[in-house]
Write a protein that binds this ligand. Structure first.
Ligand SMILES: [Zn+2]
Length: 324
């Protein structure tokens, strides 16, 4: 039974010093794979099929219990937005959760947040940006240098998206300029801090943080992708005896760095095709046509990311990314 009056965590401490890893499942209540993957790994550890020899790993199988009870993405609101402690001004269930979860995120060295998606086929991951994110982690008195790009290479993904939060924040600033909203307080749509989710918050406190989209919501292989991700990251950080189910080291992972986000302006703005994430767009290709008949044209060869035909006017319609 899920209880939304508390949050349940499981921690395992290896006897030797090492990194502090946090794994979150079901930040979105309808994304079951994270919970299934975490419970599976807890089982492996409890049955000594995997042994944590150094460091600490904390699992949160159900990060948003209210959303999980409802079986929907959000409880009162999206937990993966405006993620920071709210002090005494708590307005909803997720604000209460922020107060409980923030200290756990603040103390971790590495965060793995497990999600699933509605539209799409293959698993993919999101990292911060690809430049200069290397971090020294002490494992067993030895410094191990790692980075989000390095950790992500241990996951079963062939595509990684970078630069989401910078692009989001730039989009919000453009939106303020466009709509003539000049000074705070800003409502959610005009507040770049609204874009801060679990990984952005953890990163702001010095952690390496990865969001793994394990597969489509109903995909039966998504929990396995999550299990392998947890074990491979623990292996990479030398917290378990051996790498479990390692993925081939010579795989080519393509990294798509976001560079622009375009808002939908009117209800009548239409895409020219049924765009899906990672579809290629050619320079000067017409991506969409506004209600007033203006063509929205690709500035260069790039990729479509997170197109949302149902976006509300004034909100993100699609992102553009390029290979990096
Ligand atoms: Zn999600």
């Amino acid at each position: 039974m899920i209880n939304h009056l508390h949050v349940e965590t499981h921690s395992f401490f290896g006897l030797k010093p090492g990194p502090n890893v946090l794994v979150l499942g079901r930040v979105h209540g309808n994304e079951y794979c994270g919970t299934l993957a975490i419970n599976n790994v807890i089982n492996l550890i409890q049955n000594q099929l995997v042994n944590i020899t150094s460091g600490k790993v904390t699992f949160v199988p159900i990060t948003n219990p209210l959303a999980a009870i409802k079986g929907t993405r959000n409880g009162d609101r999206n937990l993966n937005r405006a993620f920071y402690p709210k002090g005494s001004s708590k307005n909803d269930f997720e604000d209460e959760l922020n107060g409980i979860l923030s200290p756990i995120l603040e103390e971790c060295d590495v965060l793995l947040d497990l999600h699933s998606f509605l539209n799409g086929v293959k698993p993919f991951a999101l990292i911060g940006n690809t430049a200069g994110d290397e971090k020294a982690i002490v494992v067993n008195q030895e410094k191990v240098y790692t980075s989000e790009s390095h950790l992500v290479s241990a996951l079963e993904v062939d595509t990684v998206i970078a630069n989401w939060s910078e692009t989001y924040a730039r989009g919000v600033k453009n939106r303020r300029k466009r709509d003539g909203i000049l000074s705070p307080p800003f409502s959610l749509n005009y507040d770049e801090k609204y874009g801060d989710g679990t990984t952005e918050y953890a990163r702001s406190k010095g952690a390496l943080a990865i969001t793994l989209e394990c597969g489509q919501h109903e995909d039966v292989s998504a929990p396995r992708v999550g299990v392998n991700a947890i074990l491979n990251i623990l292996g990479c950080l030398r917290m378990i005896e051996e790498r479990y189910n390692p993925v081939a080291d010579n795989r080519k992972i393509s990294c798509i760095s976001l560079f622009d986000v375009i808002d939908k302006i009117s209800h009548g703005d239409k895409f020219t095709k049924n765009w899906k994430t990672f579809m290629k767009i050619e320079k000067n290709e017409i991506i969409g046509i506004s209600e007033k008949g203006k063509e929205v044209i690709a500035p260069k060869d790039c990729f479509m990311v997170f197109p949302n035909q149902n976006a509300e006017p004034g909100q993100e319609w699609f992102y553009l990314g390029e290979q990096s």
